[in-house]
Design a protein around this ligand. Structure first.
Ligand SMILES: Cc1cc2nc3c(=O)[nH]c(=O)nc-3n(C[C@H](O)[C@H](O)[C@H](O)COP(=O)(O)OP(=O)(O)OC[C@H]3O[C@@H](n4cnc5c(N)ncnc54)[C@H](O)[C@@H]3O)c2cc1C
Length: 465
């Protein structure tokens, strides 16, 4: 293997550029992790692609040598998708980071995969347009990673997720062949929906090299508010009340008491309503103040909560304060307990409370701290279980049972394992356990059809053997 790797390195350096390929141990170390808690695997080489052609060369050579390739965007994934768990070549797309075009007439952005999501949003806004998918990591994650993960975010309740905004992709197969599917047009009934197949494929089927993103007119105004509730049931029931009364917030996030307490203490803020058991963070958007005002008044009249206790952000600073607590929950957890289990099951939103109650009950005997928050509008619930001061080996030994409890509850409630973070490495076993045999068999045949030698991101989503 060592000789083959050396040969591959030399060939790649000749074909691309000397500095495009490295086995410098310090750099390999930097690409050994993503944001998944407690997961690491050193790559053998890191290769930086600057063009589709580069990607094609890397893949066809690695395919020839049967050397695994792990595509990598910005490395913010939380299920180990970009971690070379058993070595291989990390193919970094971070230098392919150009917004190639903002076509205002067709309302389409054409982007390289390494573009940071927040940058596209800012650039679109300069043209009065909006790219709605908004993972909380938007200032650091890449579009390629978003497409590969099928990323979602708080605005999914009104605007949908990444999958709803991709009209076409250019991608490279394991043998180096380049395919362009879809483009700047919205409707497409030609052949199979290959773009749809690649969304959420986590680098296991092909490497995405160009992305066509649908844009929409940006709403002129937004208004954010935080509403405290006596119980999680009251908070989630209010979501239903709002939607029933034709109020369509852009964001509907819930935070259980523990989540907000932890976040507030992490950023050194006072809890506005320490006695509340749950909060809803709501964002309204629209084209006029009147429109938003009308929705706000409706919300005030529908809610049984004392209107005085509803915090409505009156300035950008107040808005930032409201959002800071929501956005930093993961960081706050990490600071308290660097080792933790992070799950993001998806259930019908009417079952959020029964799901969380079921999980809590089942977790009680373990006496571990759990933090629950998420997207009340779409039923995607984040459950983090913290190791805190439990000995590492003891916690690790418990992890499979904890996962089993959480996933089983999700299925009991008519839901599934993950709503936005993907299967990656850490949920592969769960997929095997919960998917049916015909479904698993189809996944394998799909993988084989795209990547017959299994070089693309092996050990992620599904194993071929
Ligand atoms: C603080 C924090 C908040 C987060 N919030 C959210 C959230 O709200 N919603 C959400 O969905 N996720 C969230 N995430 C998870 C993560 O940011 C997303 O999964 C994101 O889409 C990953 O993008 P990335 O560029 O970092 O991808 P990476 O981590 O580099 O890679 C992720 C996967 O995509 C594959 N991949 C990357 N680029 C390509 C490509 N060009 N072609 C083929 N495969 C590729 C990799 O092989 C890997 O399997 C959060 C993460 C953190 C740390």
């Amino acid at each position: 293997m060592k000789t083959e790797l050396q040969q591959l390195k030399n060939t790649l350096q000749n074909a691309l550029h000397q500095s495009a390929v490295t086995d410098d141990p310090d750099i390999l170390e930097r690409y050994a992790m993503d944001e998944t808690s407690d997961l690491k695997g050193n790559p053998w080489l890191v290769v930086y692609a600057k063009s589709t052609q580069d990607v094609s060369i890397v893949l066809s050579l690695c395919n020839e040598y049967r050397i695994p390739v792990i595509p990598r965007g910005a490395g913010t994934g939380v299920t180990g998708g970009a971690v070379p768990v058993a070595g291989g070549v990390v193919l970094s797309l971070e230098k392919m980071n150009t917004i190639l075009e903002i076509d205002t007439e067709n309302m389409i952005a054409v982007c390289q995969p390494g573009v940071i999501t927040g940058q596209l949003q800012k650039e679109a806004l300069r043209h009065g347009l909006m790219y709605p998918p908004d993972p909380a990591s938007l200032d650091s994650c890449s579009l390629g990673g978003n497409v590969a993960e099928g990323a979602g975010g708080p605005r999914a309740v009104k605007y949908g997720t990444t999958k709803d905004y991709i009209t076409g992709l250019e991608f490279v197969l394991a043998d180096g062949s380049i395919i362009q599917h879809g483009g700047k047009f919205i409707k497409n009934a030609t052949g199979y929906n290959l773009t749809g197949v690649l969304i959420g494929s986590e680098g296991t089927l092909a490497v995405i090299t160009k992305i066509y993103c649908k844009l929409i007119p940006a709403p002129a105004y937004t208004l954010d508010m935080l509403i405290p509730f006596q119980s999680l049931h009251d908070a989630t029931h209010f979501v239903y009340t709002l939607l029933l009364h034709r109020i369509q917030p852009a964001v509907l996030e819930f935070m259980e008491e523990d989540a907000l307490t932890l976040a507030a203490s992490y950023i050194g803020q006072e809890m506005p309503h320490p006695q509340a058991r749950a909060h809803l963070l709501i964002q309204l958007d629209g084209d006029s103040y009147q429109e938003i005002d009308a929705s706000l008044n409706k919300i005030l009249s529908l809610s049984a909560v004392d209107p005085e206790s509803i915090l409505v952000a009156q300035s950008p600073q107040q808005k930032e304060r409201l959002w800071k607590a929501r956005r930093c929950i993961r960081e706050a957890i990490q600071a308290k307990s660097p080792v933790f289990l992070a799950e993001d099951c998806s259930v019908p939103r009417s079952n959020i409370v029964s799901f969380l109650t079921g999980v809590k009950e089942a977790l009680t005997p373990y006496r571990l701290q759990s933090i629950m928050f998420g997207h009340a509008g779409d039923g995607n619930v984040h459950i983090d279980v913290l190791k805190n001061d439990m000995p590492y080996d003891e916690f690790k030994a418990l992890v499979p049972s904890l996962k089993e409890i959480i996933y089983r509850q999700a299925y009991i409630q008519g839901g599934t394992i993950t709503g936005e973070h993907g299967t990656g490495f850490i949920r592969k076993e769960a997929l095997k356990q919960f998917a049916s045999l015909p479904e698993l068999s189809l996944y394998k045949r799909l993988k084989k059809a795209f990547d017959p030698n299994g070089i693309l991101n092996p050990h992620k989503i599904i194993d071929l053997d």
